[in-house]
Design a protein around this ligand. Structure first.
Ligand code: FAD
Ligand code: SIN
Length: 525
């Protein structure tokens, strides 16, 4: 067992921001599955939204966020995040993030749903620069211990205390050391889940392999409410390529003038769907692309920016340009084949403005949460921002409450006495593939009650099988992830069946209208 003051699950933007903000006050352990750079943060392309232009206002950013979120956002959260954005950017600049500049000012790009240019960025690879700066700062702090290769299995709660208590208090996590295959308890006065989204529940996703909703599933099993899990965001423009399956083409390509075209007729179709054309919010553009593909039996649609100056295109999107060249596509001369793919988990663990969950001692920040910021559809580049603002907020609350956060009691070690090594790994692979396929086909961009019920039926059957397997065999990362994917699939489908309207990302042919009142889907364990 290891004991620190605070245990953080996740080394992305949310986890490292919290760690850095805490480290002058206490000792922090940051756990990550796989490598420290394995989360979505390192993959972010477009940038971070913040009101920094003289002609822009907080009110505009708040309004754009609420419009994209189809009114399901909590205004108080939106205001909190938007108003804290400039300070977050300032801190990143101080940490050395080399944001692009226009003369002395930061260069601001534009993305769908934004009424102004307000996205700071580092070329088209913002996330990598942010991840590197956060890691460098965290590594330099003597109070931060970074431990990669740890797949957390479950939260440690009152029921794992040596003297059992039903308090629901969270004391840390049990984590599988991926190298040695042993499970250790890591305990502290407070625990922060910053474990990212659940995108890999879908067959096609821009998210990295580890986005399996572990934190959401762990929090749910421990007794936290989750909210708006039906709001899974699909990005309109993921590269269509038979070998490279999850390469994103940033929304900034459309922000800078890229247009969507029917690949056979060349028709620019977005104005037929929405007056904002290519710069409509993501849910609208993703549905339009999906509609074009299904209507004409296409494999993909075209995203074309080849009408702009080639030096501008290659200079503005150097990483995408280079990557596409290796695949035989010159984006300065020809259109890019794109398809929609799952991109972001808008729902998650319900938190308040301080990042507190329902359970004492447990906080959460970033993509694993439902803070009220995104509502029914996240506005582009508001996600990294949420990580910075809520990473800070959790740290502030923990520091403010330090005297009330008692040290952990004796905790029972992980019990492996009744399990053996698996001799049927094939079950894991089979179930992984099956979940991701039926979620894509039945719980995708356009839904129906019948398809959702079919998905629910399969989830029920698989749950018995996976729980049985989990009860008999030693845990592996694949098994932990499968169990969590299935749990998240269940939460998504349950939430989707509960919502009897179409709003934002949840579009169902059985209830195509939006109800007058916006109500969160809150699931209680
Ligand atoms: P992540 O960065 O995903 O980190 C999760 C961490 O949790 C990882 O360290 C992981 O190892 C760890 N973890 C997970 N499960 C476990 C476990 N069981 N045990 C231990 N550790 C665990 N947003 C923007 O605002 N702007 C953009 O331009 C942008 N572009 C994007 C491009 C792509 C391709 C993708 C996929 C997303 C993009 N997003 C963007 C979204 C944004 O990147 C993410 O929402 C954000 O980075 C999430 O940060 P996070 O800290 O919550 O989680
Ligand atoms: C993108 O660059 O298109 C992704 C931005 C985001 O997810 O916010």
């Amino acid at each position: 067992m290891s004991e620190y003051d605070v245990i953080i699950v996740g080394s992305g933007a949310a986890g490292l921001t919290a760690a850095i903000a805490l480290a002058d006050h206490c000792k922090v352990l940051v756990l990550a599955k796989g490598e420290l750079t394995g989360g979505s943060t390192a993959w972010a392309q477009g940038g971070i939204a913040a009101v920094l232009d003289a002609g822009d206002t907080f009110e505009n950013h708040i309004e754009d966020t609420m419009v994209a979120g189809a009114g399901l956002n909590r205004r108080e959260t939106v205001e909190f995040v938007v108003e804290n954005a400039p300070a977050s950017i300032e801190r990143l600049v101080e940490m050395g993030v080399p944001f692009n500049k226009d003369a002395e000012a930061l260069h601001l790009t534009r993305e769908g749903g934004h009424s102004h240019r307000r996205i700071v960025h580092v070329d088209d690879a913002t996330g990598w620069a942010v991840q590197a700066a956060l890691l460098k700062t965290a590594e330099a702090h003597p109070n931060i211990t970074l431990l990669p290769g740890q797949a957390c299995v479950d939260l440690i709660t009152g029921r794992h205390e040596e003297r059992y208590s039903g308090s629901g208090r969270v004391w840390g996590v049990y984590a599988l050391d991926e190298k040695s295959g042993t499970v250790h308890a890591h305990v502290g006065r407070a625990t922060i889940l910053a474990s990212g989204g659940a995108g890999r529940v879908y067959q096609f996703s821009t998210a990295p392999r580890g986005a399996t909703g572990d934190g959401i599933a762990m929090a749910w099993r421990a007794g936290c409410r989750v909210s708006n899990m039906e709001m899974m965001q699909f990005h309109p423009t993921c590269l269509f390529n038979l070998d490279v399956k999850n390469f994103l083409i940033t929304e900034a390509v459309r922000g800078e003038g890229g247009i969507l075209k029917h690949p056979e007729t060349g028709h620019r179709y977005m104005p037929d769907y929405d007056a904002r054309a290519e710069l409509a919010p993501r849910d609208v553009v993703a549905r339009a692309n999906d509609d074009q593909i299904k209507r004409s039996g296409l494999d993909y649609v075209h995203l074309d920016i080849s009408h702009l100056d080639p030096d501008f295109v290659a200079g503005h999107f150097p990483n995408i340009y280079e990557k596409l060249l290796t695949l035989g596509i010159d984006m300065t001369k020809q259109p890019i084949p794109v398809v929609p793919a799952q991109h972001y988990t808008c729902g998650g663990i319900l938190i308040d403005l301080a990042g507190r969950t329902d359970l004492p001692g447990l906080y959460a920040a970033g993509e694993c949460t439902e803070s009220g910021l995104h509502g029914a559809n996240r506005l582009a580049s508001n996600s990294l921002l949420e990580c910075f603002v809520f990473g800070e907020a959790t740290a502030k609350d923990i520091i403010a409450r330090w005297d009330q956060l008692e040290p952990p009691p004796a905790i029972r070690p992980w019990d492996e006495s009744r399990v053996t090594d698996s001799d049927e790994e094939v079950i894991i692979k089979q179930n992984w593939t099956e979940i991701r396929r039926f979620m894509w086909n039945y719980v995708g961009i356009v839904r129906t009650t019948k398809r959702l019920e079919r998905a629910q039926h399969r989830i029920n059957m698989m749950t018995h099988e996976v729980e049985d397997y989990y009860g008999h065999f030693r845990v592996t990362t694949d098994l932990i992830e499968l169990r969590n994917l299935l749990q998240c699939a269940e939460l998504i489908v349950k939430s989707a069946l509960h919502r009897k309207e179409s709003r934002g990302l949840h579009y169902t042919l059985d209830y195509p209208e939006m109800l007058p009142q916006a109500v969160d889907t809150v699931l209680v364990p």
